[in-house]
Design a protein around this ligand. Structure first.
Ligand code: ATP
Ligand code: MG
Length: 445
């Protein structure tokens, strides 16, 4: 039975008490991406496994240990997306979007799946805000996505998030670098973990990203890729930094960043915070000039980043940043007896068509029970509908914060109610002002 009432490990529900804040966050991210010229793309939650194996590289931790992979009933190998880039590039190629003016700039807000050891800031189903700039080799594009991420942290006034950048060069400069790494790691062969031993010949750079304490200690003294950059990569990196300087974006060069995925070339970067414990990388990205060709397209350069939504929320919480709460319902209409519930339903419906949030009883409950419910829902106004009100077509709405009563007509209900709320918003100008407002309105009544 417990299986039915307990979500799988590493997943989380977003309850109504939290979802409004999340929606606000998502809207802010989408709008900011829009300001930078990125448009939303949505791709399936599952793809052919091959896409991720090719796209991320089969020596990466994600592909080797973390993918949710299964055969569907048609015996095709399917994987839940562990990240957003491969699917985005697949869609870009499938729909011939490379024929549109380049670069194509996309963003997404998406769920990702990785079989990892769940802990704070590390889930099995998590969410990413990501952007991709496809079809541009310019260092300006690298700097532009970095500045978009920085803009988001600044919008929420988050402190202490440092930007670390590095260049891991192109396949050309990596030849010499790999040789140097191989020589270094070969001398430490006895101490490396088993996974790293298997990486040694195929992709020694992956060892730099190993999370085992022994391997990462060994990796600390390994040669750094920055000393092996070719002239073009050197120049690209210089220009990225010049663009960042031009936008006043602080950074430190950290020659140890290599990023977890194989497809990166040249620029790699991370935004790191110390306020959320061990999982401090809030955003990671870089350039991936080899990926589009790897996935069957023409050789087109590109760059992008992924930002962990859960980690962003942890940061907002850790630094006590307020996000808006859900808006309060405006009016609760309480029928004093079930026979008035039809008129109550007519009235809330009228308000709802005017875009006002209104509630009424759905359970033939006593007036007392209804008022208790309205209070719990934190409604701004209440109105009791009884025999008198039905007879006279007039009712009093009560401001639940001030206790003030205002009489309104059931015949011009939504209009009158709006006047009451406007009045209150204007700072409670007194009961007379309702009439004044009606006069301004052309004395319609
Ligand atoms: P890490 O080193 O923390 O495992 P990564 O290099 O695997 O990160 P990316 O693949 O670059 O991460 O994903 C981009 C961002 O997505 C990360 O910077 C992080 O904010 C977030 N992220 C990655 N994996 C998880 C996860 N399992 N749970 C929550 N957020 C995650
Ligand atoms: Mg990881």
């Amino acid at each position: 039975m417990a299986l039915l009432t307990k979500a799988p490990r590493g997943t989380a529900d977003t309850l109504p008490s939290e979802s409004y804040r999340l929606r606000f966050l998502e809207n802010t991210l989408s709008e900011t991406a829009g300001i930078y010229g990125f448009r939303e793309i949505r791709t399936p939650v599952f793809e052919h496994s091959e896409l991720f194996m090719r796209g991320m590289g089969d020596t990466t931790d994600v592909v080797q240990k973390e993918m949710y992979t299964f055969n569907d009933n048609g015996n095709r190998s399917i994987s839940l997306r562990p990240e957003g880039t491969a699917g985005t590039v697949r869609a870009f190629l499938e729909h011939g979007l490379y024929n549109e003016p380049l670069p194509q700039k996309y963003f997404y807000l998406t769920s990702c799946y990785r079989y990892e050891k769940p802990q704070a800031g590390r889930l099995r189903e998590f969410h990413q805000f990501g952007v991709e700039s496809l079809g541009t080799a310019s260092p300006a594009a690298d700097a532009e996505i970095i500045s978009l991420a920085r803009n988001i942290f600044d919008f929420f006034e988050l402190d202490g998030i440092s930007l670390e950048i590095n260049s891991i060069g192109c396949p050309e400069c990596r030849k010499n670098y790999h040789a140097a790494l191989l020589e270094y790691f070969n001398s430490k062969k006895d101490e490396l973990c088993e996974t790293c031993l298997s990486r040694l010949e195929r992709n020694p750079m992956r060892i730099l990203d190993c999370k085992s304490p022994v391997c990462s200690a060994i990796a600390k003294d390994a040669p750094v890729v920055l000393s092996y950059l070719c002239e073009e990569c050197e120049d690209h990196f210089k220009k990225v930094r010049k663009y960042l300087d031009a936008m006043n974006i602080d950074y430190t060069v950290n020659p140890r960043i290599v990023r977890g995925l194989d497809y990166y070339t040249k620029t790699v970067f991370e935004f790191v915070s110390s306020s959320i414990g061990a999982q401090g990388t809030v955003c990671g990205g870089g350039r991936y000039d080899g990926l589009i060709k790897e996935l069957g397209g023409n050789a087109l350069p590109a760059c992008g980043f992924g930002m962990g939504m859960e980690r962003l929320i942890m940061l907002l919480d850790a630094q006590r940043k307020e996000l808006p709460d859900a808006e309060r319902p405006q009016l609760y209409i309480a029928p004093a007896s079930p026979e008035y519930s039809f008129e109550a339903m007519r009235l809330v419906s009228e308000l709802r068509y005017e875009g006002l949030s209104a509630l009424t009883d759905l359970g033939e409950r006593s007036l007392k029970a209804q008022m208790k419910y309205a209070n719990k829902k934190n409604v701004m106004y209440t109105l009791v509908l009884g025999e008198d009100e039905i007879k006279t077509h007039k009712a009093s709405v009560k401001n639940m914060d001030t206790g003030e009563l205002s009489e309104i007509s059931l015949d011009s209900f939504s209009e009158d109610f709006m006047h009451v709320t406007i009045n209150a918003a204007l700072g409670g100008l007194g009961a007379d002002s309702l009439q004044d407002l009606t006069l301004i309105d052309g004395g319609k009544k």
